[in-house]
Ligand binder design. Structure first.
Ligand code: GDP
Ligand code: IMO
Ligand code: MG
Length: 421
């Protein structure tokens, strides 16, 4: 069976920590989409680690970590990350497997990402500049190079052909930064990649599933950044929702059991685009300060706001969420009162659905207010010790969504998580 764990908001919900927590219950942790735009933070023996390409099960002995075909892979990032985890005693050559169908991010994809963002001026997406969009464009445009191609003796010829094509596009953008140093790093990293376990991902996973293996599919980004269902065009270029698991790993839908949605107790977004509950005031700044809301990949300040139940309910519907993990509840500890958005006013009309075009100028959140708990919850270990005001907040969300919050995370540490009865 396959369980899915994914973000229900605009990314950075704390997926890495939660995957690390659940990992001992699984045989395989598999990334199914996204690439080094992801930054998943874990604390391993008190030490902070941010993973971009490697699945978050890597620090558990005896668990297989699989990079699925739906991912886009930057060999340079992978190599650096493998070195980082090696320093912590983990050898990726043993427990990391990569699908041969996984598309490669080339140095020119990164250059094209940057050139495209510059050309958009004020309308830029706020991309992480990791080459994600251009790499997925080459995949759907049927030009891209895949991990399996690395083992082909004609790889360099194929690379040069694609590079020339990219150069014509870069010329059209008037982009003339020298990327030769990136290319040098890239070719060095390819040598490293050839030593890794490159497998036929779909047979690899299905063979193990047929023998009873338990798989946890680890989402990157969040549902509201999905290329189809997110706030287009301010989205990423992959399917971040449950459907991406089937196409990104080669598993059939009936293999999927639980869909665990991760949501913060409030809401953040990094990069441009609509964010109806954004607080561009002192309260927003307070959330950023208390939640240390700065991007794990780019260091950019994250935009902060109240929890958006309209968007969360939409994400539960699209993903078929069966349970929710609420993270960063402790960040709300000091607030006198909390607000939740239950409806939008769209051009003056009340709506409880996410509109197709979510331009902030036309959307106002309609908020209800709840008393805060005003208590430090970071040391609490059992559900009955949670403050009553927090139980009310959770019950209200459960009722609105029709899906239960089953865990509350009350700090970044590995053990700071409470199972609700
Ligand atoms: P991901 O991309 O979904 O894995 O999330 P990120 O790692 O980008 O961002 C989540 C941040 O919140 C990280 O710095 C985590 O260490 C931190 N974090 C996760 N859970 C909690 C929590 O319950 N409380 C607090 N205070 N921080 C948390
Ligand atoms: P994790 O897995 C938060 C955002 C970028 C930008 C948009 C498109 O850590 O939750 P891209 O580089 O994908 O072309 O950028 O998506 N974005 C993320 N925001 N968390 C992420 O990943 C993100 N990955 C991309 O900021 O707005
Ligand atoms: Mg992140």
């Amino acid at each position: 069976m396959v369980d899915v764990l994914l973000g229900l908001q605009w990314g950075d919900e704390g997926k890495g920590k939660i995957v690390d927590y659940f990992a001992p219950g699984y045989d395989i942790i598999a990334r199914f989409q996204g690439g080094p735009n992801a930054g998943h933070t874990l604390y391993v023996e008190g030490k902070k680690v941010v993973l971009h390409q490697i699945p978050s099960g890597v620090f558990h002995d005896g668990i297989i970590n699989l990079i699925g075909n739906g991912v886009v892979l930057d060999p340079v990032t992978l190599r650096k990350e493998a070195q980082k985890v090696a320093e912590m005693g983990v050898d990726c050559r043993k427990n990391l497997f990569i699908s041969e169908r996984t598309h490669l991010i080339l140095p020119t994809h990164r250059a094209l990402d940057k050139a495209s963002e510059i050309s958009k001026g004020n309308e830029k997406i706020g991309s992480t500049l990791k080459g994600i969009g251009p790499a997925y464009m080459d995949k759907t445009g049927r030009n891209g190079l895949r991990v399996g191609d690395l083992l082909d003796k004609n790889f360099t010829t194929q690379y040069i052909k694609l590079r020339l094509k990219h150069q014509r596009l870069l010329d059209a953008y008037n982009f003339n930064e020298d990327i030769s140093a990136w290319e040098e790093e890239f070719f060095e990293a390819l040598e490293f990649m050839r030593e890794l376990n490159i497998v036929n991902g779909e047979y690899f996973i299905n063979d193990r599933l047929s023998k009873g293996a338990r798989v946890l599919a680890e989402g990157a980004q969040g549902s509201m950044l999905d290329v189809d269902f997110g706030t287009f065009p301010f989205v990423t270029s992959s399917s971040t929702t449950t459907s991406g698991v089937c196409s990104g790993l080669g598993v059939a839908p009936q293999k999927i059991r639980e869909v665990i949605g991760v949501s913060k107790a409030y809401c953040t977004r990094v990069g441009s685009g609509p964010f109806p509950t954004e607080l561009e005031n002192e309260t927003g700044e307070e959330l950023r300060r208390l939640g240390n809301e700065f991007g794990a990949t780019t260091g950019r300040p994250r935009r902060c706001g109240w929890i958006d139940l309209v968007a969360l309910k939409f994400a539960c519907m699209i993903n078929g969420v069966t349970q929710i993990v609420m993270t960063k509840a402790d960040v709300l500890d000091s607030f006198e009162s909390l607000s939740v958005c239950e409806r939008y006013s769209v051009n003056g009309q009340e709506r409880s659905e996410v509109p197709y075009q979510m331009l902030k100028a036309t959307i106002e959140p309609i908020l209800s207010s709840f008393p805060g708990w005003k208590k430090d919850i970071t040391g609490i270990q059992s559900a009955d010790a949670l403050p009553e005001q927090m139980q009310n907040y959770i019950n209200h969300i459960n009722t609105y969504l029709g899906v239960r919050i089953t865990y509350v995370s009350n700090g970044p540490g590995r053990d700071q998580i409470i199972r609700l009865a």
